[in-house]
Design a protein around this ligand. Structure first.
Ligand SMILES: *Cc1c(COP(=O)(O)O)cnc(C)c1O
Length: 401
């Protein structure tokens, strides 16, 4: 029974979230996701803005080619499978998508999941047991943390990108049967990239496996968008890659684990989110196949994303803003002061620039910032517009001269 006591407690929790300023309110879009979006304001009016807070890195979320491919696939293969993969939920397109992802990432094999959250939730438990150790970066994504919790292996945490601390964890686990070092490829708050060359070197030295979550790196890093390994020239050195189709690759949904043949084969037998959750919708499989085809056929989109990121950072630095040096498409504009960051984001939205201010506890205290995410879909005019709005707001708030 939903008692009055429980109702009151839930209300008190909501009140507390509200009073801490942490209530997440959802902005309702009335257009497809894109560089320019229309949102519905609470007063019922429409607001148009240039969008700098989607993971739509390649601008494929409203691609006519992907929409066509998805709708063709839906016509040919139906709306849904109403089954898990191992009963009667596998079509040719699912096998083809697994093959194409493997080809793209340069791995042996790939297994599809409904989301990368599920991929990370299902990857550890079948592979590792109580006699093993997982060594995880302190800033890894929530889904990795949850996946590790579901697994009996002992968990070790190293300070974010701190290679000495990673080595400490390796030195503390000499008796583990297997050791898995686990990191995001691109970290979502600072846009910084895992130190993969050092991680691979330590893994080799201490005989550990390497897993990289490439959600913000697939379609973003490397000359052809193949991710962190390509960025560093370390293709073939990562044992397990997890990634999403819900960001750069069209942004619908779906994810995967890709890597060594036997690892993927065992996941097909034992990974619970794969075994007990419905097949990826045919339209999503068809759309993602098209996204991979577009990305493999030409470096135009990835080139434009890299150029837009370079240009935006250069212009923002010239305007006097502090921008950390990273190669991803996530650009934090450091403001440090919590109130200032949230205020600036509101003022920018009024100027038609949709960005999000991040403050404690989402980022460390005194490290508040506005996060800007670039896309291949942004035009130079839109980037100039953003820089000039940032400059105006920055001057009004006394952040820049
Ligand atoms: C977005 C994200 C996920 C979750 O991906 P979904 O496919 O949306 O479930 C997992 N890991 C990282 C690092 C992410 O950024």
């Amino acid at each position: 029974m939903f008692s009055q006591e429980m109702q009151e407690e839930l209300r008190a929790s909501l009140q507390e979230i509200e009073s801490q300023g942490l209530m997440k309110n959802e902005r309702v879009l009335s257009t497809p996701q894109g560089a320019k979006i229309r949102t519905l304001k609470t007063d019922g009016t429409m607001h148009t803005s240039i969008n700098f807070c989607a993971n739509n890195y390649l601008g494929l979320a409203d691609s006519t080619e992907i929409i066509q491919a998805a709708s063709d696939t839906m016509r040919a293969r139906g709306y849904g499978l109403s089954s898990v993969r191992f009963i009667c939920g596998t079509q040719d397109i699912h096998k083809e998508l697994e093959a194409q992802v493997s080809e793209f990432l340069g791995t042996d094999d790939t297994i599809l999941y409904a989301a990368c959250f599920d991929a990370n939730g299902g990857v550890f438990e079948p592979l590792l047991g109580a006699e093993d150790a997982i060594i995880s970066d302190a800033l890894n994504h929530a889904s990795i943390i949850d996946g590790v919790r579901l697994c009996k292996a002992t968990r070790f945490r190293y300070e974010h990108s701190d290679m000495e601390d990673l080595e400490r964890c390796l030195l503390e686990t000499p008796d583990a049967r297997y050791r898995l070092i686990c990191t995001d490829g691109v970290f979502s708050m600072d846009g910084d990239i895992a130190k993969l060359p050092e991680i691979c070197k330590l893994a080799e030295q201490y005989n550990a496996l390497v897993m990289v979550d490439e959600c913000h790196a697939t379609g973003v890093l490397g000359a052809t968008g193949r991710g962190t390994a390509e960025h560093f020239g370390l293709e073939g050195r990562v044992d397990i890659i997890t990634t999403t189709f819900g960001k750069a690759l069209g942004g619908a949904s779906g994810g995967c684990v890709s890597g060594r043949r036997e690892i993927i084969a065992l996941l097909r037998q034992r990974s619970r989110p794969y075994l007990f959750s419905n097949t990826l919708a045919p339209a999503v499989a068809g759309g993602t196949l098209k996204a991979l085809e577009l990305l493999s056929g030409s470096s135009k989109l990835i080139g434009r994303l890299h150029e837009n990121t370079r240009y935006f950072k250069e212009q923002m630095k010239a305007a006097g803003f502090e921008i950390p040096d990273t190669a991803s498409a996530i650009v934090p504009v450091m403001l440090y002061d919590e109130k200032l960051a949230l205020k600036a984001a509101d003022m920018l939205l009024e100027e038609g620039i949709y960005v999000i201010g991040f403050a404690y506890p989402v980022v460390p205290k005194g490290k508040a910032r506005i996060r800007v995410q670039l896309s291949a879909a942004h035009t130079h005019d839109q980037l100039d517009h953003a820089v000039s709005a940032f400059s105006q707001v920055g001057r009004e708030l006394g952040v820049i001269q």
